[in-house]
Design a protein around this ligand. Structure first.
Ligand SMILES: Cc1cc2nc3c(=O)[nH]c(=O)nc-3n(C[C@H](O)[C@H](O)[C@H](O)COP(=O)(O)O)c2cc1C
Length: 187
């Protein structure tokens, strides 16, 4: 079974997009599609990094832990809010920390906002940064409009059937890329 690392990007007090990360963890595990772990950037509580990991003289355990979890995951699912049309600094901070860990990594992006557009303006800038760092961005979207109404605090969707149907298509694309990579490298 593949292992999917889910990055929960918002470090904001009272954040809502974390609900989406909880939903995907539950969806993937309940349907026996993948093992998962949420890499919670609020819990990591990283400082703004002054250098990339490979050039750090004394990286912290937390930095090495994060890097190891990205490297060993078969795929990554990023859940990100939209802040002023972009993705949060907390997420850029950890993207730029790493390099080879991202390479050819299947990465799917789910965006969230409290408005009606579901954070969809984030997609182009985040995809571009991930492309630059040579990740394999999965061509599927999972925007979540009015995230505070779409999921409860435990990640249960208000409309389970419709949300699961949408998730099946989105996750299907991510797992297709994970499987394709596995066959290519013969792992
Ligand atoms: C600094 C900041 C900027 C924001 N900019 C936008 C925005 O451009 N578009 C939008 O739809 N929502 C915006 N929001 C509201 C978020 O969509 C809202 O906080 C939502 O719950 C997702 O973020 P969260 O996970 O941090 O809660 C912004 C919120 C913050 C804190």
């Amino acid at each position: 079974m593949p292992h999917i690392a889910i990055i929960s990007s918002s470090v904001r007090t009272g954040r809502n997009s974390h609900r989406v990360a909880l939903y995907f963890k539950n969806y993937l595990e309940t349907n026996a599609l993948a093992t998962t772990e949420i890499l919670d950037l609020q819990a990591y509580n990283f400082p703004v990094f002054e250098e990339r990991l490979r050039l750090f003289k004394n990286p912290t355990e937390a930095m090495l832990d994060f890097a190891g979890k990205i490297k060993s995951a078969d795929g990554v699912l990023i859940v990100t809010p939209e802040y002023n049309g972009g993705y949060p600094a907390s997420l850029k901070n950890v993207i730029d920390l790493l390099y080879e860990e991202w390479q050819r990594k299947p990465v799917a992006i789910s965006t969230a906002s409290d408005g009606i557009f579901g954070g969809s303006q984030v997609i182009t800038s985040l995809q571009f940064s991930l492309w630059k760092i040579r990740a394999w961005t999965v061509p599927a979207m999972f925007p979540v409009p009015k995230v505070q109404e779409a999921f409860d605090i435990a990640g249960n969707p208000t409309d389970q059937a419709a949300t699961d149907k949408r998730a099946a298509r989105f996750i299907g694309e991510l797992l297709w890329c994970v499987e394709a990579k596995k066959r290519m490298v013969g792992a």
